[in-house]
Design a protein around this ligand. Structure first.
Ligand SMILES: Cc1cc2nc3c(=O)[nH]c(=O)nc-3n(C[C@H](O)[C@H](O)[C@H](O)COP(=O)(O)OP(=O)(O)OC[C@H]3O[C@@H](n4cnc5c(N)ncnc54)[C@H](O)[C@@H]3O)c2cc1C
Length: 585
């Protein structure tokens, strides 16, 4: 891939990581009295205007976010960061914010890549980032029903540790698992790699507690009980799912949990080409088999995965370099460059997992696939949470790497794939850069699947402009070819220009009506999902970041306009460790 985008690692000089003190951070927009009110609710250390806290809580982790942060091109930082300890404190913060006409942006792990956290650049009101990090407990498990009540701010590993101690698992493992929270997953309609078995978070989350403003002394808690299915009108549960903070603050989720499976294996297979792999995945989805993971990479991504595998020695090396190509040729696969790598996961009781594998392997054989055992699957399991961070490595060397994903019916998988690759390549040509695009199919359903594209290019003179050209081409190809604007990354401000084309103008009008009627003052994360005004065309008018600075990191020389407030240093020490580690990763 690096060769394909013209990046020579021997020559590319890594830029230094951005320097915090070089950022220009305007002072917080907050009245002393209001800050004191917030501190009165959560304690003096846990309502802070500390600059580091404000920086960490302003953006997510999209490429645009990282480039702007490196370029010192952040237009509006959040003003106050609060860390409530329980739902009562969340209610008190919400009510105080409404009284003050302030803005609340709920913050989970800050890992979204759709621009779901950033405040409106022209926002004049106080912007509060409400970090749910302290609401991190598994409250109770109803073992009879397989339902657990879990606080929304818990990070993935912390939650699995608490569930695992009692023999349970959620089975939800997004690639960002280590840095994202249950509330964030619900608020963005996330999907994990084992969704084929456990479902997307939209299936897993059965009940919710959401804090909204109190009225006439009545608590503002919206409560959806954990019930398997209900006929009680349009689903309010579904309205909260994917609401990105616009309908209130999720404090607790009742989720389906499962006994930790006795057996969990990921097997690897090769297919002679992409079409054979896709057709096999479709047949598996339509069959009686229930694997936990179905994933097949196109030829480019397969080559990339094999090239980034750990070094092999001894028999492993002999098998990979000699035996495998021999077997592939014997199967008549003339062009080894076309081969596609697939991972299928099997989970459950030993005999169940074995039976699933038998069913799937009969289908794989029918489509010309070749099993290569669990070796590559073990490696996939080991590096699945690390691979996405190659993006930061690329950024340090003046190159962009990003992802876009879409869900579509089976009939559109190959046409959409071809259209997106063609659109991205046309965009690369248009801006005169060498680019790279690769994809995999994952998250299979009865009627379709998700295609996940990764693209990369070396920045020219206008990083954000070039990124917009490529990203726009890909998103437009999604909607033009029967796909959704996103399968699991949400809308934020990054994908909202295409929302009308996805769900129709009337669909957007209904959504806008919902947000405006339930939040007339625009307290909760305004402008996310549905833009304030309907977009004229699917062309995001985004401000371009300082170009040279974006290429070289935050080397603008601008000094922080404000230094750390002395009274917030203790808070920084206590509460930034986890967030800043996530932000740096
Ligand atoms: C490297 C990488 C890999 C990724 N892989 C995946 C993947 O495999 N699958 C996937 O689904 N996503 C993936 N993502 C995207 C991201 O992790 C998800 O969107 C995730 O669900 C965001 O959770 P979070 O806790 O970080 O939320 P945040 O980023 O903090 O917030 C996201 C949105 O949700 C709102 N929100 C957060 N918590 C609450 C709450 N308690 N109440 C109300 N609103 C709230 C915020 O206001 C914001 O609008 C990936 C991201 C990265 C950087």
């Amino acid at each position: 891939m690096l060769k394909a985008v013209g990046l020579d690692l021997h020559q590319a000089q890594p830029v230094d990581p951005p320097v915090f003190d070089d950022l220009s951070i305007a002072g917080p927009v907050v009245k002393q009295a209001f800050l004191k009110t917030l501190q009165g609710i959560v304690g003096a250390d846990d309502a802070t205007i500390d600059p580091m806290e404000r920086v960490v809580h302003t953006y997510g982790k999209s490429l645009r976010d990282l480039v702007r942060m490196r370029a010192n091109a952040v237009e509006r930082y959040v003003d106050v960061v609060v860390y409530p300890d329980d739902e009562q404190q969340v209610q008190a913060i919400v009510d105080a914010a409404v009284a003050e006409n302030a803005v609340i942006i709920p913050f989970g792990g800050g890992s979204n890549i759709a621009g779901s956290l950033e405040p409106r650049s022209e926002e004049k009101r106080t912007v509060i980032s409400l970090d749910l990090g302290r609401l991190n407990k598994v409250v109770s498990i109803d073992e009879t029903s397989g339902l657990a009540r879990i606080q929304a701010g818990v990070l993935g590993p912390d939650m699995e540790e608490q569930l695992g101690a009692q023999g349970w698992t959620l089975g939800h493992f997004p690639d960002s698992f280590t840095h994202s929270t249950l509330g964030g997953w619900v608020a963005t309609r996330s999907s994990g790699m084992q969704s084929d078995k456990y479902g997307d978070i939209a299936d897993i989350a059965r009940g919710l507690r959401v804090v909204r403003p109190s009225t006439d002394g009545r608590s503002g808690a919206l409560v959806i009980r954990g019930i398997p299915s209900a006929s009680n009108g349009p689903s309010v549960r579904e309205m909260i799912l994917g609401s990105e903070g616009r309908l209130g603050v999720i404090t607790e989720v009742t989720v389906q949990v499962h006994r930790i499976p006795a057996k969990r294996d990921v097997y690897a297979y090769f297919f002679p080409n992409w079409r054979a792999g896709v057709e096999a995945m479709q047949e598996v989805a339509e069959s009686d088999a229930h694997p936990s993971i179905t994933r097949v990479s196109d030829a480019r991504e397969s080559g990339f995965s094999l090239a980034t595998s750990k070094e092999r020695h001894g028999f492993d090396k002999f098998a990979a370099d000699t035996v495998l190509p021999f077997l592939m040729r014997r199967k008549g696969w003339k062009n080894l460059e076309d081969i596609c790598l697939s991972f299928i996961g099997y989970e459950g009781e030993e005999s169940y997992a074995k039976r699933q594998r038998k069913l799937v392997e009969a289908i794989i054989k029918k489509h010309g696939g070749l099993g290569v055992g669990t070796g590559p699957g073990v490696l996939y399991d080991q590096k699945k949470f690390d691979t996405p961070y190659l993006r930061d490595f690329l950024l340090d060397r003046g190159a962009a790497g990003d992802v876009s994903e879409s869900a579509m019916p089976w009939s559109q998988v190959i046409p959409l794939y071809d259209a997106v690759v063609a659109a991205a390549e046309k965009a690369f040509d248009e801006i005169g850069i060498q680019g790279w695009i690769m994809a995999h199919l994952s998250h299979s359903y009865h009627s379709g699947a998700c295609l996940y594209f990764t693209f990369a290019f070396v920045f020219g003179d206008d990083p954000i402009g070039e990124y917009d050209t490529v990203k726009r081409a890909i998103q437009q190809a999604f909607v033009d070819n029967g796909g959704s604007i996103s399968h699991h990354h949400g809308v934020g401000v990054e994908h909202s220009p295409w929302l009308e084309q996805d769900i129709s103008p009337e669909g957007v009008a209904v959504m806008r009506g919902l947000f405006e009627a339930t939040d007339p003052a625009g307290t909760f994360n305004p402008r996310k999902i549905v833009p304030d005004v309907a977009p004229a065309a699917a062309a995001p008018a985004r401000r371009r970041a300082t170009t040279a600075a974006a290429k070289t990191g935050a080397k603008t020389g601008a000094k922080a306009a404000e230094k750390k407030a002395p009274d917030t240093k203790a808070a920084e020490k206590k509460s930034t460790t986890r967030r800043t580690a996530a932000a740096r990763s």
